[in-house]
Design a protein around this ligand. Sequence first.
Ligand SMILES: [Zn+2]
Length: 107
Amino acid sequence: MPRHDRDEIARRAGYATWREAVQATAGLPQQEAGRLLGVSHPTIRVWRAELGLDRAAARPSPAQSAEAFRQDGHDARHGTANGYRNLGCRCERCTAAWTAYQRDRRG
Ligand SMILES: [Zn+2]
């Protein structure tokens, strides 16, 4: 889509430029942003990618999630075999849960 058409779409939705429109709707789900601007959600995805906004809104990688979990002592997954094995936590509660799990498995 030519850039001036994008700007036309943005102006109809009340924004000065498509860039401004994409930035202003960056916090919304793609479907919702698309509805607001009058374009399809794949278009929103493309526009966000062009502005580098897709990465900022992306979910954290599994490694980052596991790291955040290990830092958060109040996370309910501590004290589970999952916490130990899948999330790599070696706190006392997770280690104990893992030991118990192994013991039960050998049962
Ligand atoms: Zn733990």
